[in-house]
Ligand binder design. Structure first.
Ligand code: PEP
Ligand code: MG
Length: 576
């Protein structure tokens, strides 16, 4: 019997494939004294052989797909497993101390890890991580547990997990990973946002996918309606294959608009831009006909590594984006680490409320060197295109002034040294904290633009964690409270002759789009895959009727009333 789970549709599309369960097995092991030493030795030898076999395979695959440099890490792992000092120490524990094999592996690996970690030589210190990794693999085999890694997926699957971190998501290979479904998470968690830019259908917050499906169970992920069907019947598979085809047809229709400007039926132009996380996303931006980049989340440059990116590395990445966009506007946001995006190597203390904590501009103003390095890279890249700089999580005017002053200092230093820097870089802020939305009239006198970050603005206004599916009903983009804040920001910008954009997920939401058009939003920035459906939708609306609907919505009582009203007025023939 099939089972249908309801979650939050995080990325459109339909995936039908067998499940790949991503979970970290419990590798804890207690010491016991064994009677049958040779059985324990055999257990270890088998585990060692299996681990070696796996590593050979991964090394081969990495070598073919990513080249020698990446494959080296697995050669280092294999070396550990062939090192007599390491292997004999484990065998010795089993033989002489009658230790269970699992505990022997753990004890010896802990000893080697701490020995290497305490060495002065950087190269040797790094070997500690290899030993830790490789021992985990052997231990898992000794304990009969399955150790899974996203990088090893080489057939078509739907990944199911309790949660996926942004760095897990970055490792997903779109060729094989047809979709994913998680127990927890909301529409604006960063793994959901990344799934959209990777065009991987996803449903998050199903609460029970990991307890409902196992390795190889067939699953259907319907990212359009936010459902997951576990163990579907033949009829269900046929039904969803049809839905998959219909969606592909719709995409073909949208693709015809790729070179068109974005204009309402009565000729009002707005800019449709895309959000990106890395320069690799540019292909999607260009293929989907975005008119600019409204948000480049630079934190991904800092993640999935062991140290801060250098100025040169950052400069190359920013320069590539502005050059490839060929004069179109590119809004680059300075580092927004914190919340659900961690940087372990910064060694920041664990916080009770990471989304309310030491993140984004708060962290950058404190870590002056790190911030200045990024600003210099941005300033240098500005000479190659239309680059705009945006500060995240601004709560007070003073934070903006401090950040701007540091930017000006770095700019002057570069100019004095004869480095090319653009003369007209716009400097704006994200409006994602209610205090800033309320004070937008004051900010508008000093900033060049606003970009409304509704993912955070909604979580802070409604006091509802964007990662927590228990309170996801409070993610209410159509709540009149949110609409009124958005209106305040847009009106304040226009009063000072500035522009207002939106780069939160709300900007690409088909119910919100008519309201935002009516409120006068100038720039809509969204996942690249939402650009063409949004262009199609806007071409069928008039600015005038959108204004009338927005005005009525502002005076309504609830988000449900607003949604029903917009759907009734504009969305009878639902796009997706
Ligand atoms: C937002 O908060 O709306 C936003 C775009 O930033 P992020 O999702 O990266 O927090
Ligand atoms: Mg944000």
């Amino acid at each position: 019997m099939s089972k249908t789970l309801t979650g939050i549709g995080a990325s459109s599309g339909i995936a039908i494939a067998k499940a790949f369960l991503l979970e970290t097995p419990d590798l804890s092991v207690e010491k016991t004294t064994v009677n049958d030493v040779s059985a324990e030795e055999e257990k270890f030898d088998n585990a060692l052989a299996k681990a070696k076999g796996e590593l050979e395979k991964i090394k081969e695959k990495t070598l073919n797909e990513l080249g020698e440099e990446h494959a080296e890490i697995f050669s280092a792992h294999l070396l550990v497993l062939s090192d007599p000092e390491f292997v004999d120490a484990i065998r010795g524990k089993v033989k002489d101390e009658k230790s269970n094999a699992g505990y022997a592996v753990k004890e010896v690996s802990d000893m080697f890890v701490s020995m290497f970690e305490n060495m002065d030589n950087e190269y040797m210190k790094e070997r500690a991580a290899d030993i830790r990794d490789v021992s985990k693999r052997v231990l898992a085999h000794v304990l009969g547990k399955k150790l899974v890694s996203l990088a090893e997926i080489d057939e078509e699957v739907v990944v199911i997990a309790d949660d996926l971190t942004p760095s897990d998501t970055a490792q997903l290979n779109g060729e094989f990973v047809k979709g994913f479904a998680t127990d927890i998470g909301g529409r604006t968690s960063h793994s959901a946002i990344m799934a959209r830019s990777m065009e991987i259908p996803a449903v998050v917050g199903t609460k029970e996918i990991t307890s409902s499906a196992d390795f190889d169970t067939m699953v259907i992920v319907d990212g359009i309606d936010g459902t997951v069907i576990v163990d579907p019947s033949d009829d269900e598979v046929s039904e969803y294959k049809k839905k998959q085809e219909d969606f592909a047809e719709k995409k073909k229709e949208w693709a015809k608009l790729v070179n068109d400007p974005t204009e309402s039926k009565d000729g009002h132009h707005v800019e449709l831009a895309a959000n990106i996380g890395t320069p690799n996303d540019l292909e999607g931006v260009i293929n989907n006909g975005a008119e600019g980049i409204g948000l480049y989340r630079t934190e991904f440059l800092y993640m999935g590594r062991d140290e801060l990116p250098t100025e040169e590395e950052q400069y190359e990445a920013y320069k590539k984006v502005v050059e490839d966009m060929d004069g179109k506007p590119v809004v680059i946001r300075t580092l927004d680490i914190g919340g659900d995006k961690e940087l372990p190597y910064l060694d920041l203390p664990k916080e009770m409320n990471p989304f309310l904590g030491f993140r984004a501009i708060r962290l950058c103003l404190e870590k002056d060197d790190m911030f200045r390095t990024q600003l210099r890279a941005l300033l240098r890249a500005s000479a190659f295109g239309n680059l705009k700089i945006m500060f995240p999580m601004i709560a007070t005017l003073d934070e903006f002034r401090q950040a701007k002053a540091i930017l000006t200092e770095e700019k002057e230093k570069l100019q004095e040294a004869g480095t090319d820097v653009s003369d007209d870089i716009e400097v704006g802020i994200m409006v994602e904290i209610p205090s800033t939305a309320v004070m937008a009239d004051t900010f508008a006198k000093e900033v060049d633009f606003f970009s409304i970050g509704t993912n955070d603005l909604i979580q802070y206004t409604m006091a509802a964690d964007r990662m927590n599916e228990q309170v996801s009903y409070l993610y209410q983009p159509y709540n009149p409270a949110i609409l009124r804040l958005v209106k305040m920001v847009i009106d304040a910008a226009h009063k000072e002759g500035k522009w207002a954009g939106m780069c939160g997920e709300m900007a690409g939401d088909e119910v919100a789009i008519p309201l935002l058009l009516g409120l006068g939003l100038d720039e809509f920035s969204m996942s690249a895959t939402s650009v063409l459906p949004a262009r199609s939708q806007i071409s069928k609306l008039t600015k005038k009727e959108a204004e009338e609907v927005a005005e009525k919505a502002l005076a309504m009582e609830t988000a449900e009333d607003v949604k029903a009203f917009v759907e009734e007025t504009f969305l009878q023939d639902k796009a997706i």
